[in-house]
Design a protein around this ligand. Sequence first.
Ligand code: MN
Length: 230
Amino acid sequence: MPDTPLVIPLPAPVLLPVKGSQAAFPVRRVYCVGRNYADHAIEMGHDPLREPPFFFQKNPQNLVTDGQFPYPPLSSNVHFEVELVMALKAGGRDIALEDALDCVWGYGVGVDFTRRDLQDLAKKAGRPWEAAKAFEASAPVSPLVSAETIGHPQQGAIQLSVNGDVKQSGDLAQMIWKLPEIICELSKLFTLDAGDIIMTGTPAGVGPVVLGDRVTCSVDGVADLALDVI
Ligand code: MN
């Protein structure tokens, strides 16, 4: 109904830049994978052999691409989690493993910033994680690159440094659920579609940031990203 009058202005679309292009990737939903690297599951006090990875969500509007991370209110322990980001060009339900990568438009690198103190409280109380995970600017991401250009990364270094000190250093090959399995599992729970972003989990070494920190991160052969905590 294109002529339907709107009672408020149409909310702005969320657009992610595409590297080396004037084009943009429009975002529909943001999914995240929890505990998809065994060494991170262990550092968080969990047994990856007994508990498989799982999903949670952020909001599209939580994505930022301006190189700044404004420290959020009501927390004094905000952690970085560097992650490979998948961007879908197609979706569906119950996607077969062999069809899963055909849904991927491209990739980037991002940080799943987490109010760890609020997350710990939520875990203890058995409450949801939104306040810990889906806050403003909680998901800085790099410009995206197409799978046509770089293929589908299955291995390669994933790293994050704070003020030049390496804090997280892993490899995509350490993922418990590989990229096709993530799409396959997620599509059992939700109907996926073009525009969906999936943050694929973080390796070990997560830790806090403070005001003034310079955070740099990368996935080899995919993208890099630099942020100032302001
Ligand atoms: Mn994460």
